[in-house]
Design a protein around this ligand. Structure first.
Ligand SMILES: *Cc1c(COP(=O)(O)O)cnc(C)c1O
Ligand code: SF4
Length: 472
């Protein structure tokens, strides 16, 4: 059951959450809305720019939603889906909806759809097997030098395409003091972790004082070099990026922020102001887009998005293939669409504006970058390359042969050799574990190929007589 994950990993009921005075609860804002007449998402509201007002007034129920968008009344499945996968839309994000139907990209990313209930068996609650790579609750340690800290299960808006649908929003809670201590102890004991990604949920929905406690704890570990925060707040709640917040973050530099813009309609003056505040505080900004069917799966839309991002000093970092998450089948595109988009971008856009297209591999395989093939052919003397136009050129290889690249020192090794070790000539084979042939090999009794004591007695005596004959 999905909710149990939260209880196990993030929100142990018997521990108090980190003390934060402004902590909101799941029932709080919803109840407030049910009891009073909902306010239309009007930019004229005096508290529009108050991020707490935006959180308190999120659209959380079918009733709230249809009060704002009466044309959605016929979509009664929304209520049922929202029971399984929570809905929350900030008034700001709702105000970016241009047409109140499922052709609108902002609406599609925020309003539940009946198709979320489609659950073919190749989709999983945790396709990246993050829970398997959690040495301590709330910390995913997959790559040697990086770890991902889940600071909260709350977001200001619940993306319908969320990869962590299993945790996001079931119970809006944050990491506990005890869990944060455990994570800090783990990081102290693992000095190979140089980069900690603070994620969730959305860590920027936490009160500033609470986020600061987490940053302080991570910074207290001397081996941690950089801290990253993954957040969708600049997109869905830009009011949250206050001077107070950016000044607090700047105390813990180097801190990088990765945000999550998916569509040009999300690039607004408010979002621009939020990104400017972060960038002006010396925080380098990156963006992670998810490729979504019917939303941004068109080369020209991604081009416009990437141009808008670099204008805001946000570097397009990743373009993600949609994960095999239960509840997002209707958003998936074939991998070929991503390759097609990459083919389109190169040559049209500055390299600075081109993200890396990656598939986060099922079974916890991690991120795998994919590109069109630019290498046409290669020999020891020449390599044939093609450019985006289809021009084919010969790149003559150096006359002097290259020495091989040095091997990684044993101290820096990951547990087993990777493909690089093979290509550099430092390892000769990588064998998949658990194959039939490997099992057979492992279970084989240790023996000489033809052991004398195993011979048939008749054969032994016959052999002996032949041997003695030749001796004569
Ligand atoms: C994506 C991810 C990271 C960070 O990877 P980068 O490629 O460095 O951005 C770290 N840990 C986990 C578990 C991840 O999924
Ligand atoms: S902000 Fe991130 S964690 Fe939250 S719902 Fe969206 S994708 Fe999921």
């Amino acid at each position: 059951m999905e909710t149990s994950i939260i209880n196990e990993t993030l929100a142990s009921k018997d521990e108090p959450p980190l003390s934060g005075t402004e902590q909101t609860s799941a029932s709080g804002p919803a109840t407030a809305l049910q009891n009073s007449a909902p306010e239309t998402p009007s930019r004229q509201h005096p508290k529009w720019n108050d991020w707490r007002w935006q959180i308190r007034n999120r659209i959380r129920t079918f009733q709230d939603l249809t009060d704002f968008f009466p044309s959605l009344r016929s979509h009664s499945s929304i209520a049922k889906v929202a029971e399984k996968y929570p809905m929350a839309i900030t008034p700001y994000y709702a105000s970016l909806i241009k047409t109140a139907d499922y052709s609108d990209p902002v609406l599609q990313m925020s309003v539940p759809q009946g198709q979320e209930m489609f659950a073919p068996d190749f989709l999983h609650a945790d396709p990246l097997e993050e829970e398997e790579d959690m040495p301590v609750p709330g910390l995913v340690h997959r790559y040697r030098d990086r770890a991902l800290l889940m600071a909260t299960t709350m977001c200001s808006m619940y993306c319908r395409h969320c990869t962590r649908k299993r945790v996001a929003g079931y119970e809006e809670s944050s990491i506990s003091v005890c869990q944060l201590n455990e994570i800090t102890n783990y990081l102290h004991a693992h000095p190979e972790v140089k980069d900690v990604v603070i994620s969730g949920g959305d860590p920027m929905t936490l009160p500033t004082s609470l986020l600061e406690r987490i940053l302080m704890a991570v910074r207290s570990v001397p081996s941690v070099e950089i801290i990253r925060i993954g957040t969708r707040v600049p997109v869905v709640l830009p009011q949250r990026i206050t001077n107070e917040l950016t000044q607090m973050i700047a105390k813990y530099h180097p801190v990088w922020v990765n945000t999550h813009f998916n569509h040009p309609n999300e690039i607004t003056p408010e979002a621009q102001a939020a990104c400017a505040k972060l960038a002006n505080a010396g925080i380098p900004l990156g963006n992670q887009t998810v490729l979504l069917r019917g939303i941004n799966d068109v080369p020209q839309v991604i081009e416009e998005l990437c141009r808008g991002l670099v204008r805001m000093r946000v570097r397009p970092y990743y373009l993600f293939q949609c994960d095999l998450v239960r509840g997002v089948e209707h958003f998936r595109t074939p991998i070929s669409r991503g390759i097609e988009i990459m083919e389109y971008l190169r040559g049209r856009l500055s390299g600075l504006a081109i993200p890396a297209f990656v598939v986060d591999a099922p079974h916890g395989g991690g991120k795998i970058p994919l590109l069109p093939n630019y290498l046409v052919s290669t020999s020891p003397t020449n390599t044939v390359l093609r450019n985006y136009e289809g021009m084919m050129v010969n790149y003559p290889e150096p006359v002097e042969p290259m020495p091989r690249a040095p091997a990684t020192s044993p101290a820096l090794r990951t547990s087993s050799p990777g493909v690089w070790d093979l290509s550099a000539g430092h390892a000769s084979v990588i064998v998949p574990a658990g194959g039939q042939r490997q099992k057979r090999r492992a279970s084989r009794k240790s023996h000489r190929t033809l052991a004398r004591e195993d011979q048939h007695p008749e054969f032994s005596s016959l052999l002996e007589s032949i041997m003695s004959d030749t001796n004569n």
